[in-house]
Design a protein around this ligand. Structure first.
Ligand SMILES: NC(=O)c1ccc[n+]([C@@H]2O[C@H](COP(=O)([O-])OP(=O)(O)OC[C@H]3O[C@@H](n4cnc5c(N)ncnc54)[C@H](OP(=O)(O)O)[C@@H]3O)[C@@H](O)[C@H]2O)c1
Length: 478
């Protein structure tokens, strides 16, 4: 047997530390040898939860299966890990102190009989690994004091040429970003209210699941009641998170947007994070029952109206907890288009769904920058992200040829949603505003100068969207 023990002091409440470490899926963020983790069951974190953990050992990759065998909320979690060479019992004890809590981590290795004679020679290496994992990895993860990211030199160079920039949209691009460069995200979410649109499929569903596991209070805005109810039931059962509410709205209808706003305002729960994710690409051109072109209604006017109207609740969260965040999901497609401020409803040229979509995302990016500037002193940060190319029902149905061609290099929905989750959860993400992110790094908003808009057209966009109702009073009456 080999026993490792490390103790660290953390200036955070025991419940926050427990929430993070008890879910062993986070171990890839702090364990010095773990390179991959995943849940083996769709169950809440507790006794019986199993994880797959792949560690990098001097002799190659070492897969382990862990199971939680004891679980005392806010205090203790015991796991048994089983692998080819050993069984390990990990006991994590968290005890409140005057300034936060103490975390005591003990790992007891029982070697397979044929390895026992080597146990003593392996001990120094294991001790170094235990020290690196707890005193360095876990301590840093829980101190959560990471600098706001900057674009890496490599990605800045890639963004100078369209083909190399596009390569970053693929699964390989994500892996490049993720490769041990991502910081842990231990921020406590159970007291944060996140409003997420378009949660029933693709990236939204992946984010809803991630945030539910992190314990966030969720309001999912969906258009299909049955799908929404099934999702809430599924998420509650899988994650154990009981704080998941539903709002029903077709976000391309402004009357529905107003209804959601009225309902959320009546409930009065401050909003810590608003994620404008719902989206679709429309071919051929369609007009909503309110007379608006569909892409414009769903991808630009809808999120604009929702965000403006929910500002008091965002402000309330910022006043209470020091910050609130808005995350706009845009698209790399916007790199191909310039703002057409006088043709927001895509009426002038022959309609193309992809072009209309890209122009709306371009306009939402500009609104992101404007909100960030306008709300800078109010504690509300506003950022945009694009997911690269992810394999979602939306991409498969709207772009079947593209999907067929790129299927092998598309990201999973979880990989595509990673930067949404990071923007919602990571402490350091709250330090930046008005940026576009891919793989947790701020990226350029223009790959070529030909898409740059004038200051005048940016201001026109602000005015047109801001004055939409008064300018279209007559339309409603008619
Ligand atoms: N996947 C990619 O590669 C990619 C690339 C760039 C940008 N994006 C952006 O990422 C976001 C998510 O896309 P996705 O790929 O995950 O798409 P998806 O799989 O089609 O999911 C879209 C979600 O939005 C909802 N939605 C669509 N129209 C709505 C409406 N009128 N009202 C309310 N909700 C509506 C859908 O609800 P239903 O389940 O009821 O249909 C679904 O929950 C979008 O903004 C998209 O533009 C995706």
């Amino acid at each position: 047997m080999t026993t490792l023990n490390e103790t660290i002091q953390i200036e955070r409440p025991a419940r926050e530390v427990f929430q993070y470490v008890a879910d062993f899926a986070t171990c890839v963020e702090w364990d010095s040898t773990a390179i991959e983790t995943g849940r083996l069951d769709d169950t809440p974190v507790g006794v019986g939860t199993r994880y797959k953990v792949v560690c990098e050992a001097p002799f190659g990759k070492l897969p382990l299966e862990y199971e939680i065998v004891e679980f005392e909320p806010d205090h203790k979690v015991v796991l048994i890990g089983r692998g080819r060479f050993f069984e390990v019992e990990d006991t994590i004890l968290i005890t409140p102190t005057k300034t936060g809590c103490e975390l005591d981590y003990t790992a007891v290795f029982t070697w397979k009989p044929w390895l026992q004679k080597f146990a003593a020679s392996m001990e120094p290496g294991l001790k170094r690994m235990g020290y690196a994992s707890v005193q360095k990895g876990m301590k840093a993860a829980l101190e959560d004091n990471y600098a706001a990211p900057e674009i890496s030199g490599e990605n800045a160079r890639a963004d100078r040429f369209v083909p190399t920039a596009l390569m970053r949209f693929t699964k390989r691009g994500y892996k490049r970003g993720a490769k041990k460069l991502f910081n842990p995200m231990s921020r406590y979410m159970a007291d944060k209210h996140v409003v997420l649109t378009g949660a029933t499929a693709g990236l939204g569903k992946a984010s809803a699941e991630f945030l539910a596991y992190r314990g966030a209070k969720l309001t999912l805005v969906v258009r299909n009641r049955n799908k929404g109810q099934a999702l809430v039931k599924e998420l509650k059962a899988r994650t154990g998170n009981k704080q998941i509410a539903l709002e029903i709205a077709d976000l391309s209808l402004m009357a529905d947007v107003d209804k959601v706003v009225a309902s959320l305002s009546k409930k009065g729960e401050p909003i810590d994070v608003l994620i404008n994710n719902a989206g679709a690409l429309f071919n051929p051109r369609q007009v909503t029952s309110e007379g608006l072109e569909q892409s414009f209604a769903l991808l630009l006017l809808g999120p604009f109206r929702l965000t403006e109207a929910l500002k008091p609740l965002l402000q309330h969260a910022a006043d209470l907890r020091g910050e609130a965040r808005v995350i706009n999901v845009v698209s790399g497609g916007m790199y191909s288009q310039k703002l057409r401020v006088l043709d927001l409803q895509n009426e002038e040229d022959k309609y193309s769904g992809s072009v209309a979509y890209a122009r709306c995302k371009r306009a939402l990016m500009i609104k992101t920058e404007q909100w960030a500037e306008d709300w800078a002193d109010e504690g509300i940060v506003v950022n945009a992200m694009h997911p690269g190319w992810a394999d979602t029902p939306g991409v498969e149905s709207a772009l079947p040829e593209f999907h067929k061609l790129t299927r092998l290099v598309l990201r999973t929905p979880e990989e595509g949603a990673d930067t949404i989750n990071w923007l919602a959860v990571a402490t350091e993400a709250g330090q930046l505003s008005g940026k576009l992110f891919l793989d947790r790094e701020p990226r350029t908003t223009h790959l070529t100068d030909s898409t740059r808009e004038s200051e005048e057209s940016r201001e026109q966009l602000r005015e047109i969207l801001g004055n939409w109702d008064s300018a279209h009073e007559g339309d409603k009456a008619a």
